[in-house]
Design a protein around this ligand. Structure first.
Ligand code: NOJ
Length: 523
């Protein structure tokens, strides 16, 4: 399907490996890069084209790597830079691409720049790398504006000045350990260029860009109109994000990437206005943007269809392929989102078929192929900064980050030799291990493998557009340009199967009908 003029990513299946939770090779209870290398055969067999690694740079791990203290080295927890070399070499030998997370919006508070900024005091060039401001109120005792952190609480923290008195405030859209960089400072651009070239020269095939709609801040830092919105409902008028100045940064990144024509950039873009979204994908900006509409859609044919139509419209507007994802390390796993239990799993598998039938790029989050649900973890093991920052109101994202179960009958299921894994793995995942599912033709893993391979090998999975067939509100049916029909039943009664020869269904079909919570592919 791909010819020489088409970039390798245009119809790729990416596998998101959350390194802490994929596989632990050194027995410390935390997954690492050699753990990913050790399972490349597993990933190759699944049929994926590329891996997206969450951040592995040097970090105190306040936000599990999204707080980068040295952007040009790999943290020893993940095996150091040698482990990345080994992974790239072994992955490339199998034709699998490696993409990394890049975090340009903020650094760790342990980054040498931030330590210098604290030591140097107000008005210094060191402070000009971050967003320091005097507070409001007669004694500067209030934050400079009403912005809130995505993790809860104010987005500003007051510092103790070198003279021992409290003084200025610094901005952190996320944790206080993640101070926002000042993208009006040319030094920040120059340093990012060094970082990009460092990893690209080492052989990585591209970047997922964290908070790609952040970075640039509006002049004067105007107040938020609605400071109470949680992360997944960010509105498009939020002054913290999607400021026009961000496009200059993406154009800068693209100029560097143009020296590496086989490398891809994928922006994390929480922007829901299609015209605004498409701006990030202009020919001189990002190659791809994560579109989160499917993540936000309920298991409901009307919502799913709307999400698909919208994503395709945004992609068309941008002249860039669409991207599809049902989950990642920030959201509740889809099995649980769709109701949990057998019905939740059936719906998740059905939605996986919808996603894999669509034109463009697909992202599978580790564990999705095993049908893992979210885990209700006890308070005392929670690690996501959201838990503390929200005053224990939001449990945070740990429940979707529990390590993968590989084999055996008791935790840690071969994930690690250490029973004390960074998050506990539930005993009932004994039924969901890779080993168990590998041996079972009817498992979720076998289903995913079959679906991904069919997507790659069947000519009908082609074209850049789809056409919809009329259905009632509880089902959807679309046909790809290449002639694949995909149908989904989100209702509570069976519906008639569309015409064609069945290629795959997410659950058994009976009497020529598509049961509830099921999807089917026909050619
Ligand atoms: C988005 C990442 O996906 C999330 O995990 C992280 O906490 C924030 N950006 C801050 O870097």
């Amino acid at each position: 399907m791909t010819d020489l003029n088409t970039p390798w990513w245009s119809d790729a299946v990416f596998y998101q490996a959350y390194p802490r939770s994929f596989r632990d090779s050194d027995g410390d209870g935390v997954g690492d890069l050699d753990g990913v290398t050790a399972e490349l055969d597993y990933l190759d067999d699944l049929g994926i084209d590329a891996i997206w690694l969450n951040p592995v740079m040097v970090s105190p791990m306040a936000d599990h790597g999204y707080d980068v203290a040295d952007p040009r080295d790999v943290d020893p927890l993940f095996g150091g830079i040698g482990a990345l070399h080994r992974l790239i070499e072994a992955a490339h030998a199998r034709g699998i691409k490696i993409t990394m997370d890049l975090v340009p919006n903020h650094t760790s508070s342990q980054h040498v720049w931030f330590r210098e900024a604290l030591a140097a005091g107000a008005g210094s060039v060191q402070r000009a790398r971050y967003i320091f401001r005097d507070g409001s109120g007669p004694h500067g005792q209030h934050p400079p504006n009403n912005w809130v952190s995505v993790f809860g609480g104010p987005a500003w923290t007051r510092v103790v000045e070198p003279d021992g008195n409290v003084g200025q405030w610094y901005l952190h859209l996320f944790d206080p350990e993640q101070p926002d960089l000042n993208w009006e400072n040319p030094e920040i651009f120059a340093d990012l260029e060094k970082t990009l070239r460092f990893w690209l020269d080492l052989g990585v095939d591209g970047f997922r860009i964290d908070v790609a709609h952040g970075m640039a801040k509006p002049a004067g830092l105007p107040d938020m109109r609605n400071p109470d919105l949680p992360m997944l409902t960010l509105d498009d008028d939020d002054p913290r994000f999607n400021h026009d100045g961000v496009h200059e940064i993406h154009r800068f990144i693209r100029r560097v990437l143009n020296d590496y024509p086989n490398a891809v950039t994928i922006g994390e873009i929480w922007v829901f206005d299609n015209e605004d979204f498409a701006k990030y994908l202009r020919p001189d900006e990002l190659h791809l943007g994560f579109n989160f509409r499917l993540v936000r859609a309920k298991f409901d044919a009307v919502e799913v269809r709307e999400a698909i139509e919208n994503s395709l419209a945004a992609a068309e507007l941008a002249g860039s392929p669409a991207t599809w994802t049902l989950s990642n390390h920030d959201v509740e796993r889809e099995v649980s989102r769709y109701g949990g239990g057998a019905a939740g799993l059936a719906r998740a598998n059905a939605m996986a078929m919808v996603m894999l039938a669509l034109p463009g790029i697909v992202f599978v989050y580790n564990g999705e192929e095993l049908g893992l649900p979210n885990v209700d973890l006890p308070d005392e093991v929670l690690q996501d900064p959201t838990w503390e920052r929200s005053g224990h109101e939001e449990r945070g994202r740990d429940g979707c980050r529990v390590p993968m179960p590989w084999d055996g009958g008791t935790p840690p299921f071969g994930f690690s030799t250490n029973p004390d894994t960074w998050l506990p793995i539930p005993a009932e995942w004994a039924a969901l291990t890779v080993d168990k599912q590998r041996a079972d033709e009817d498992s979720t893993l076998a289903f995913f493998r079959r679906a991904i391979h069919l997507r790659k090998q069947t000519a009908q999975f082609s074209g850049t557009d789809i056409t919809w067939q009329d259905t009632d509100d509880e089902a959807l049916v679309f046909r790809t340009g290449g002639g694949l029909t995909c149908a989904l039943n989100t209702g509570s009664v069976a519906v008639a199967l569309p015409a064609g020869e069945v290629l795959l269904s997410s659950a058994p079909l009976a009497d020529g009908e598509l049961p509830p919570n099921t999807a089917v592919w026909l050619i």
